[in-house]
Design a protein around this ligand. Structure first.
Ligand code: THU
Length: 132
């Protein structure tokens, strides 16, 4: 863990309380730090049309990018059991920092943090450089 990671974990734990998960009852909170040190959080937002649900990680990334950020350094994800991000979120996050650190936190034991990286979670990431 780096200095500042605890602040991120606290932000994710706080965000988790705002998760909108009436269908799955599985609340997820995410908080990330951008390259210029700003922190953004997000939660899963479910919908009666289940497939429209957005995960916490993508909510947080959308908030950061909407505020102008383009590089994410580290993301903390909080859920019961400390779940790892889904495949869609891995690809979505990779767009903004393929090597970002990922902190997985079990909301029942928030002191036991599993640290990994997006490189490990999503090896051989898809990307391309558009030509003009
Ligand atoms: N969920 C996330 O927020 N992040 C993930 O990486 C996986 C799943 C949410 C989506 C849904 O609201 C609930 O968890 C159960 O799948």
């Amino acid at each position: 863990m780096d200095p500042g990671d605890q602040q991120l974990i606290d932000a994710a734990l706080q965000a988790q309380k705002n998760a909108y998960a009436p269908y799955s009852k599985f609340s997820v909170g995410a908080a990330l730090r951008t390259a210029n040190g700003e922190v953004f959080s997000g939660v899963n937002v479910e919908n009666a049309s289940y497939g429209l649900t957005i995960c916490a990680e993508r909510s947080a990334a959308v908030a950061a990018v909407s505020a102008g950020a383009r590089q994410i350094e580290v993301v903390a994800i909080v859920s019961k059991g400390g779940a790892s991000p889904c495949g869609a979120c891995r690809q979505f996050l990779a767009e903004f920092g393929g090597g970002m650190r990922v902190l997985l936190v079990d909301s029942d034991q928030p002191n036991a943090v599993r640290e990994t990286t997006l490189d490990v979670l999503l090896p051989d990431q898809f990307s391309f450089k558009p030509t003009e």
